[in-house]
Design a protein around this ligand. Structure first.
Ligand code: NAP
Length: 313
């Protein structure tokens, strides 16, 4: 019997994903039926899932071999008590490139003081005040050295920034000072002038940027969050910005999305609101990864990018 795949994704993606996935699975010589809905859930082998798709209750899918997430962040799936099978998260080159470009761009914005230049079109020649330092004299921290944090850290290193990376387990990366654990966390935020959050949202990382940690940040430092909104205690961040301890926060992700109109971030002079655009899943490379994982599943091999449900990522 052909492999039964159910696409539970937003309707705008269905036609494109179907076409790309068919080609991808054909290249692995896997005979497949691709469904966008089903009356026989017990026959489905794989669900391709995104949180904005129709399926959230997996109870009827009794024979699932894996849920293949189109998103890198899997906090919703990990907490879903009806998930009966392994969860595979999305790691794909398009998303990695997108995140690297977005993070590098926003770090350069703050490093070069681009806002001050753009705001200074008033006839005053501020050469001395606005001359930027070199990247080699700037310390940037990347918190989370996974599929997305690692290429960001390497890109910043290539530009000659002093890069500190922080992760749960100890790591070695050429040219990057890797730290881990609680001591590593405190020293990282104390040393860096620009801090990039690329951690997953888990029980261990929720509110990790709270008033205690913010007090340990360097005076005048900048926070860039493209991980998840729940990493930050919003009130504590606003207090740190209001007091001038932090210079700016560039936020791409929020506890509630879209960010509510009355949220103080929208009108805060030291906050940039970015509407969750740092790194989209790119259809071609994502379907290639999903094809590879279905191929692995069908041949009894270990899935790539399997989620550890105990750790939550
Ligand atoms: P990943 O490969 O799973 O990497 C996660 C990193 O975080 C790893 O280095 C991990 O440490 C570290 N980590 C996890 N828990 C930690 C803890 N308690 N303390 C210290 N470090 C911890 O994830 P990814 O693919 O890089 O994605 C990261 C996040 O980016 C996703 O979870 C998602 O929320 C977010 N994201 C955002 C967008 C966007 O458009 N804004 C797009 C895609 C993804 P170890 O290496 O030691 O395991």
């Amino acid at each position: 019997m052909p492999v039964q795949v159910l696409l539970s994704v937003h309707s705008r993606h269905v036609a494109n994903y179907c076409r790309l996935l068919k080609d991808e699975l054909a290249s692995h010589s896997i005979e497949t039926d691709i469904h966008i809905e089903t009356d026989t859930p017990a026959l489905i082998d794989y669900i391709i899932y995104s949180p904005d798709g129709p399926i959230h209750d997996f109870t009827p899918f009794t024979q699932l071999k894996a849920i293949l997430s189109l998103w890198a962040g899997v906090e919703t799936l990990v907490r879903n008590q009806t998930v009966p099978c392994p969860i595979v998260r999305m790691v794909e080159s398009g998303m990695q490139e997108g995140m690297t470009e977005w993070v590098t761009g926003h770090v350069l914005r703050h490093h070069l003081g681009l806002d001050e230049v753009l705001d200074g079109q008033d006839g005053v020649w501020r050469q001395r005040q606005l001359m930027p330092p070199l990247a080699r004299d700037r310390c940037v921290a990347v918190m989370g050295l996974g599929a997305l944090g690692s290429p960001c850290a390497l890109s910043l290193r290539t530009l000659n920034f002093n890069v500190i990376g922080w992760s749960r387990t100890a790591k070695e990366m050429a040219g990057i000072e890797c730290r881990h654990g609680q001591d590593g966390l405190y020293s990282t935020v104390a040393d860096a002038e620009i801090i990039v959050l690329l951690l997953p949202h888990t029980s261990a990382t929720e509110n990790i940027v709270n008033s205690d940690l913010l007090a340990r940040f360097r005076q005048n430092s900048v926070l860039i969050n493209s991980g998840r909104g729940a990493l930050i205690d919003d009130k504590a961040l606003l207090a740190a910005l209001d007091s001038g301890h932090l210079k700016h926060a560039t936020l791409d992700v929020f506890r509630e999305e879209p960010l509510p109109l009355d949220h103080p971030f929208w009108n805060h002079h030291a906050v940039t609101v970015s509407p969750h655009i740092a790194a989209d899943t790119r259809a071609q490379s994502a379907m290639s990864m999903i094809g590879e994982n279905i191929n692995r599943g069908e041949r009894g091999r270990t899935f790539l990018n399997l989620v550890d449900r105990t750790l939550g990522y």
